[in-house]
Ligand binder design. Structure first.
Ligand SMILES: *[C@@H]1O[C@H](CO)[C@@H](O)[C@H](O)[C@H]1NC(C)=O
Ligand SMILES: *[C@@H]1O[C@H](CO)[C@@H](O)[C@H](O)[C@H]1NC(C)=O
Length: 529
């Protein structure tokens, strides 16, 4: 009898396997158009997760790609033989130029030069990207492969619009992994964004602006709009050819089904949003794993003082040499141990408490109980990890969105920012001391950490759910507003206001004429009497 039971059991298992396996194993096909640098680090997390759930991933990369490898166990790649526009030399030159300009001191002239440099590099990058899109579109073999593969979804980081144009062209559902889009912060492209309380990136304003700050905020918007319109002009021909004659760079973005936003309102100022936006800020954060033995030994050797870790992110391995000397000298004075991710020449002032490493397991170090302070440049990834682990930040912002990101941490008193261009070893040392020994910083960061972690669903699971949702339903058009089809005057009801104005005016004129006619008539009848 037990053998019969066993057989029944096996039959049961077999039936349930047949019933349920297909849903698990049958993966969908995802075409990914990623972005370079730290953006790829983010995209890769989504790719890993999609891969582990049985989906088939194809990644489109450029042959000069810097981070995105051709061969991977996670995806197959399509390599386009055109430069991506984000080659390592161009970006490092750009960053060094921006640093150089900023070191000349804060002035209107500095700002002007800064913006000129930004615009020129922006144009250069977008010109190369547009050539890459053109190259891919004209490559019949690759395009045939893409069409024949019958992808279910395009996943892209829309800093460059390759994936967006392709999704329009192939008529595929589109999901963004995004924080930056056309006009800077992506919300500005799709959600109502009153400039009265939404500070623009680069202004370092909070959501409580004075009148003059609001004036500056509006001016920054206008200048930014003009700059970007100029930078993205190389795409116009492509968009007209492959998307539609009435479309432009700004309108094509709004067709996305879901925006997976790398934004967390624990960190960002609250603002209006849209139903097809899914917030996944901090989706890359995970509990710390044990450190490699040599690092663990080093960390433990710090004793009760603990360790400080420093990283300037994926773009900037080494600082201008004199700045590194100052920072190393300040570190040397501390009783703490320091782990510094650094690739330049060894500073002469380096203390024996400081370990220089080319790469470090940042998340595992941030999650280590001995870590006291994170010295960071203020990239979103690092800040989110610091929030997740509740480690206060000493910020040294360099370029891009970094000053604004760190300003948000300052606002919440969960860290302190120093101006790298004017600091010296003493001021840096004092700021470090403050963040180390003033408990409010740590307490506030721990509070942000508790807020961030207190959610019903883990942000990564949520993001994956929505990607699969779009694939199941072949899009999510029901969540998208109709605003993307509207010209600006309809969007802002300018036409309606004009119409109502004219109606009021005409009514007023009618009343006035009737009144005077009536009066004249009365006068006439009086005279006649
Ligand atoms: C990429 O391909 C183009 C065209 O074949 C070639 O000219 C270029 O040197 C390649 N770039 C790299 C980095 O291999
Ligand atoms: C590190 O440097 C300090 C001061 O220069 C010195 O007192 C100490 O012995 C050194 N420690 C080691 C392990 O070399």
């Amino acid at each position: 009898p037990w053998s019969r039971g066993l057989m029944m059991l096996w039959a049961g298992v077999y039936v349930s396997l047949c019933l349920f396996l297909p849903c698990v194993v049958h993966g969908e096909k995802v075409l990914v158009f990623p972005m370079e640098g730290s953006h790829w680090v983010n995209m890769k997390i989504l790719i890993e997760q999609l891969h582990s759930r049985g989906h088939e991933i194809t990644v489109v990369r450029s042959n000069d790609s810097w981070y995105i490898k051709e061969n991977s166990l996670l995806y197959t790649s399509i390599t386009v033989n055109f430069p991506s526009g984000f080659d390592e030399n161009l970006i490092s030159d750009y960053v060094s130029k921006l640093l150089e300009i900023q070191r000349q001191g804060k002035s209107a002239w500095m700002r002007f030069n800064f913006e000129i440099e930004n615009t020129q590099t922006g144009l250069e990058i977008h010109r190369k990207c547009s050539q890459m899109v053109q190259g891919l579109m004209e490559d019949e073999i690759k395009m045939k492969f893409i069409r024949d593969s019958k992808f279910d979804l395009i996943l892209t980081d829309p800093v460059i619009p390759t994936g967006v144009i392709m999704a329009h062209y192939l008529g595929l559902p589109l999901v963004y992994n995004v924080r930056w889009a056309t006009l800077g912060e992506a919300h500005l492209s799709f959600a109502p964004s009153p400039l009265s309380y939404i500070p623009l990136t680069g202004t370092m304003f909070s959501d409580k602006m004075s009148f003059f700050e609001r004036v500056v905020n509006v001016l920054v918007y206008a200048v930014g709009y003009m700059q970007i319109s100029y930078c993205v002009s190389p795409y116009q021909g492509l968009i007209e050819k492959y998307v539609g004659p009435d479309e432009d760079y700004f309108s094509i973005f709004l067709k996305a089904d879901i925006w997976l936003m790398r934004v967390d309102f624990v960190f960002e100022f609250p603002r209006p949003t849209m139903p097809n936006v899914v917030y996944m800020g901090g989706f890359q954060c995970k509990p710390a794993k044990p450190l490699p033995q040599h690092l663990e030994d080093f960390v433990q050797s710090s004793g009760e003082h603990g360790v400080i870790i420093m990283s300037l992110g994926t773009l900037i391995g080494s600082l201008p040499h004199d700045l590194s000397e100052e920072i190393a000298a300040a570190f040397a004075k501390l009783p703490q141990k320091v782990i510094w991710r650094y690739t330049g020449d060894k500073p002469s002032t380096l203390g024996n408490n400081t370990l220089l490493v080319e790469w470090m397991p940042q998340n595992d170090l941030l999650g280590h109980p001995k870590t006291k302070v994170f010295v960071a440049h203020g990239g979103t990834n690092g800040i989110q990890e610091a929030i997740y682990h509740g480690v206060p930040i000493l910020g040294i912002p360099l370029v891009f969105d970094q000053p604004d990101n760190l300003f948000r941490i300052d606002e919440r008193q969960a860290g302190k920012t120093v101006d790298i261009f004017t600091m010296n070893r003493d001021t840096f040392y004092e700021s470090l001391q403050e963040v180390l020994y003033e408990p409010t910083y740590r307490n506030n960061m721990q509070r942000l950490s508790r807020l961030h972690r207190d959610t019903p669903v883990n942000p990564l699971d949520n993001a994956i759910f929505w990607i699969e949702f779009v694939m199941r339903h072949k899009g999510a058009a029901h969540l998208r507003t109709e605003s993307y089809k509207m010209p600006w005057y309809s969007y802002h009801s300018v036409d309606v206001i004009l119409f109502l104005g004219v109606v009021c005016f005409l009514t007023f004129i009618c009343i006035l004429t009737t009144y005077y006619q009536h009066k004249c008539l009365k006068l006439q009848t009086k005279k006649e009497k």
